[in-house]
Design a protein. Sequence first.
Length: 444
Amino acid sequence: MPEKQNIEWKQSWRDEYMKWISGFANAEGGSVFIGKTDGGTVSGITDYKKLMDDLPNKVSSKLGVFCEVNLHEQNSLYYIEIITKPYSNAISYNGKYYLRVGSTNQELTGIKLTEFLLKKSGRTWDDVIEPNATFDDINLEMIDAFKVMVKSSGRLPALESETDTNIILENLRLVENGKLKRAGLLLFGKEPKRFYISAFVKIGRFGISDSDLISQELIEGNLFDLAFRTTDILNTKYFRKKISYIEGQRVETPEYPFDAVREALHNALVHRVYESTPIQISIYDDRIIFWNQGELPDALSEDDLKKKHVSFPRNPNVAEAFFHAGFIESWGRGTLKIIEECFDAGLPEPRIEETSGGVSVTLFKEIFPDSYLATLDINERQKIAIKSLRKSEYITNSEYRALFDITDRTALRDIEELIELSIFKKEGDGRGTRYVIDSNGYRP
């Protein structure tokens, strides 16, 4: 029987187990049982009288935590239960901080410790005052641009005609006691990178491998600058467009849905950690990857991002400004929108995952690309048919036969093999039968 979120079993007491009490106090509370095996079976302790006298004072003096200590007896064996309630302030043991996560007790260090301490104090990283900044560091032109965005979104009418920069920043909760907060500099600063060295976006174009870097560039500026300039550079410099004509009108279709690209970038800007690595956008022949530093909150999993979920912005002041500007929604639909846009464009489901201490969003250019087809044990006719179907809505048996001048039996065998591989999917019956790409069958 495994240990649970709020239970820890120990056969005997050691003072170092106070780190578990610290972990429970910093999380949702829990119980440490002394005199139980890892499976929860009562093994008993002989020094229970001394422990009952010593533990409350020892825990209180070492951790500043008041625990309920109870003595239990089962089959003439005694064991102790130490109940810890959650504390609003951070609890340390020997100068270190622990947090109960699942069935493990994690020591918090680096960025996780910073975020934990800020959370316990009721703040987030972007809500902290930047003591070295002044209002001269604010880009007034971006303030004016923001007012135009707000007017277009209709989400903050009170600021549409406001001319006082201080009032605008105060209404956005970007000022405290006459001092700028970090979010204010990130959103409207002239040179945010002067304060936060990683506040920029890095774009890299790669060949067949990660070591084959073809080109790269860095984009600097405040967050609105980064949002506008990055999407513009991607669209004009890195994305090819498919040219078609509808009723004589030239139509350019981008490789990736524009709204999905924009949403992936905006999510990265809002949810990233600004103390370490910049946002990285890696472009390959068949995919584009957006990566930002910062793991998912404990309350969210990768699967949660594929359905409606509660929004937990790492930088809520930044998120609020982006919301008022019409850049993002406030209901945790960002990842859903990315997925929906790709599906609507006939592209595979994006891959959203935690990796390398952050979160990456991968958009794929097409379903069953040539690189993927090369790994399959299929004939050349089938490969050509798949490539043809990537550009058209469907194919019929007769069209397949005509494409290769083959018999009905051969065409049917080819098609059935592609259905078994979940590449083709059958629609309709009889003469109305046709075959389409099975988007659910592609797992890049």
